[in-house]
Design a protein around this ligand. Structure first.
Ligand SMILES: Nc1nc2c(c(=O)[nH]1)N[C@H]1C(S)=C(S)[C@@H](COP(=O)(O)OP(=O)(O)OC[C@H]3O[C@@H](n4cnc5c(=O)[nH]c(N)nc54)[C@H](O)[C@@H]3O)O[C@H]1N2
Ligand SMILES: Nc1nc2c(c(=O)[nH]1)N[C@H]1C(S)=C(S)[C@@H](COP(=O)(O)OP(=O)(O)OC[C@H]3O[C@@H](n4cnc5c(=O)[nH]c(N)nc54)[C@H](O)[C@@H]3O)O[C@H]1N2
Ligand code: SF4
Ligand SMILES: [Mo]
Length: 664
């Protein structure tokens, strides 16, 4: 049976290589590609049966036009030309009356391929539409890292093998970065110890030698406490600091004295003796390696937290050692920049810009109204904060909403026009990763299912309909990729381009000694950074809310954000659970399986209670972003989350939220 290479398109650091078996034009199985240097032939349970998503009976097969009231779910199929003409007519009227800036594109990471993910940018720039600040994921993490490390390259994930102390910090690796566990397991076999630092014992806790459960949003204080002890007990790497670190003296004299183990214990909930022990062990490790997740950056103090943690390996001198350092997120944007698709040069003027985390406000803004919303590769009704406001906006009869989707999502329910989208097996693309240095091109392995079209094709049709003459919109996705590969960046030119062009996974070469080439203005690691405010890291509390329990709403192993909600085979039971400690369950008079309503000033969501001592008192945990149809009530998790932004980077603060509980 013919087998073709492809790439997992989902928003996951692993970006797995796939082998797809095709029989009579139909994909019959999807396996991991053993030739992929990082993912090495295995897949997560979601993608092991990707063909069930591709051929799901729930796939949207044809364009649809709304026939009932908004949100009623009543639609009729129409042809592509009819759907495109409906959009053209509506937009022509809106542009005439309100200007193109009243059209808002909304997209994120339904597919990570550079072409399909960014296909709307050149079109909406040309149109003069409003711009979207795509900061829902982890810009505060990027900011915090860059404040200390500048443009320094993140370590290759394979470094982990040489580490003797691996710290999984705020990362549920078994769910969100599973292939990293290959190297973690190999390191363990060689004697390495593994720590997990989280706000509850995720399933990843089972892989760790020690688990440290901290209070939500307090990790920055922990990092300062560790450095306090290391400094006090002369456990720092003085030689490394003198040669490669800027501002340590200021940190130790102006900041660290405040973060004694006792003070940090108050903030984190860890006992002073535990903080002392962690500091000694971290400093004593030959090559400590931190794998930093993004969860802890989704707080009002998120950027500062990451900035503070990023100082730790500098103080321990970990960067100079094979296997040591900190991996926050890998960027290969300078090897292959998305500009060949996004075409910033198509922007005629700088138009209105809306933060995607504040879609709820934007859709309800009467002064400068959004008159049309075009959604692709995202499901904002489920994934953006303050769901009640978002849905209230989507319900507006005067909002013309187009949704280009694979499934009838919570957002598609509110559309005026729905366009069917291809899956990654049906279109071409080129993929970078954010958990390793492999890039890969993918060609279609099957024909589009039903009448589905790719993002790239749809924007070509819309450009034509809107009278945009530019030839850029008339080329195929493959022609666009071919051209980009014809003039590679200096970094990409060093990779095996012949293999890349054929669709094989290709590892980008790393410069010798890259881990200690600190790409900051001073050429050193900048613990003190005069260009950011405040110049020295310190602990700042998160927002919180006026309610009893922190609500952590982190990834579910079976879902990827709201993707895979179509997969009844994966989801079955335990959909919307609220994990709560035995102490709090007792206090709230809740028993296992009870229905409970979590509420705050923004909304109310019902869950089934799951009592577990893996959750600390004062915190409740709900995993997964579920479609409303899977919810116990009529809202899902984001009815509780807030539109407040991070301290830097204008990011989301999903976990910086509190709720009260009421038994139903
Ligand atoms: N299965 C699955 N995989 C996914 C996703 C998914 O939804 N499901 N989402 C994808 C996306 S979009 C992303 S951005 C990536 C990476 O997404 P990440 O945000 O890095 O996801 P996690 O690795 O789960 O990290 C979140 C972890 O942070 C913890 N946490 C929350 N608050 C704190 C805190 O204050 N301190 C500490 N120490 N820990 C805290 C949570 O309990 C959770 O275990 O994962 C991707 N992969
Ligand atoms: N409460 C809470 N909310 C969260 C998070 C959380 O941890 N807690 N995580 C946040 C994070 S980190 C992120 S990154 C965001 C992610 O939010 P989104 O990027 O919106 O991710 P998904 O929910 O997976 O929605 C992607 C949609 O794109 C569609 N799609 C897939 N491929 C294509 C394609 O090629 N073309 C088109 N047109 N559509 C396609 C899929 O069917 C799917 O419905 O969610 C955020 N929301
Ligand atoms: S979701 Fe992540 S782990 Fe699963 S196949 Fe895709 S890239 Fe690999
Ligand atoms: Mo994300």
């Amino acid at each position: 049976m013919p087998t073709y290479r492809s790439v997992c398109p989902f928003d996951c650091p692993d970006t797995c290589g796939l082998l797809v078996e095709v029989r009579d034009g139909r994909a019959v199985s999807v396996k991991g590609d053993p030739a992929h240097p990082f993912t090495r032939g295995t897949l997560c349970p979601k993608m092991a049966r990707y063909e069930r998503t591709v051929y799901s009976p729930q796939r949207l097969m044809a364009p649809l036009i709304r026939t009932g009231p908004k949100g009623s779910g009543k639609f009729s199929p129409v042809s592509w030309p009819e759907a495109v003409e409906t959009i053209r007519l509506s937009w022509a009227g809106i542009i005439d009356q309100h200007g193109a800036e009243s059209i808002l594109p909304f997209s994120f990471a339904g597919t990570m391929g550079l072409v399909q993910r960014n296909a709307g940018h050149p079109f909406f720039y040309h149109l003069g539409a409003a711009r979207l600040e795509r900061t829902i994921c982890s810009p505060a993490k990027g900011y915090g890292w860059a404040a200390v490390m500048g443009e320094t390259m993140n370590p290759h994930p394979g470094e982990t093998v040489d580490s003797d102390l691996i710290i999984l910090w705020g990362i549920h690796a078994l769910a969100t970065n599973i292939h990293m566990m290959h190297d973690v397991t190999a390191a363990k076999r060689r004697g390495a110890k593994v720590w997990l630092i989280d706000i509850y014992q995720t399933a990843t806790a089972a892989t760790a030698d020690e688990v440290f459960v901290v209070r939500p949003g307090s990790d920055g204080a922990l990092a300062l406490g560790l450095m306090h002890v290391m400094d006090r007990d002369h456990l720092i790497d003085r030689k490394f600091i003198d040669a490669s670190v800027e501002g340590y003296e200021a940190l130790r004299t102006e900041v660290l004295p405040e973060y004694s183990p006792e003070a940090v214990s108050e903030l984190t909930g860890l006992a002073p003796a535990v903080i002392e022990k962690m500091a000694c062990r971290y400093a004593a490790a030959q090559a400590p390696f931190i794998r930093l997740g993004s969860g802890l950056s989704r707080y009002g103090n998120g950027a500062m937290t990451v900035r503070t943690i990023s100082c730790l390996p500098a103080v321990a001198g970990a960067w100079a050692k094979p296997g040591g350092g900190l991996l926050a997120s890998i960027s290969t944007g300078s090897a292959i920049d998305a500009g060949f698709v996004t075409r910033e040069d198509f922007q005629k003027t700088s138009t209105r810009s809306i933060n995607m985390n504040q879609l709820g406000n934007a859709l309800n803004d009467r002064l400068t109204p959004v008159k049309s919303l075009y959604v692709y590769a995202s499901n904002p009704a489920a994934v953006t904060p303050d769901q009640n406001l978002v849905i209230q906006g989507l319900e507006r009869e005067d909002l013309f909403t187009v949704v280009h989707e694979r499934f009838m999502t919570d957002t598609a329910q509110y559309a005026d026009v729905i366009l069917p989208a291809t899956t990654s097996l049906e279109h071409s693309d080129i993929y970078r990763a954010y958990g390793h240095y492999v890039i890969q091109r993918a060609f279609p392995v099957i024909a589009p299912v039903g009448e589905a079209k790719s993002n790239w094709e749809v924007f070509g049709l819309l450009a034509e309909a809107m009278g945009i003459e530019h030839e850029f919109f008339r080329q195929s996705a493959d022609a666009l990729i071919d051209k980009a590969l014809e003039c590679p960046s200096p970094w990409l030119a060093q990779a095996n381009l012949a293999e890349l062009k054929q669709g094989n996974p290709v590892e980008l070469p790393l410069p010798a000694g890259y881990k200690t080439k600190f790409l900051t203005p001073s050429g050193k690691i900048e613990i003190r950074n005069p260009r950011v405010n405040p110049p020295l890291p310190l602990y700042q509390p998160p927002y919180g809310d006026d309610a009893k329990y922190w609500l952590i709403n982190s990834p579910d192993v079976r879902l990827l954000n709201s993707s895979f909600n179509e997969r009844d085979d994966l989801l079955r039971a335990n959909k919307m659970l609220l994990k709560i400690s035995p102490t709090d369950a007792c206090r709230e008079n809740l028993a296992e399986g009870d229905k409970v309503c979590a509420f705050n000033e923004r909304g109310a969501v019902s869950f089934a209670v799951s009592i577990t001592d893996k959750v600390q008192p004062g915190t409740v945990v709900a995993e997964g972003v579920w479609w409303i149809k899977h919810a116990t009530g009529n809202r899902s998790i984001n009815a509780l989350t807030a539109q407040r932004l991070t301290d830097q980077g204008a990011g989301s603060t999903f976990y910086d939220v509190k709720v009260n509980l009421k038994r139903l």
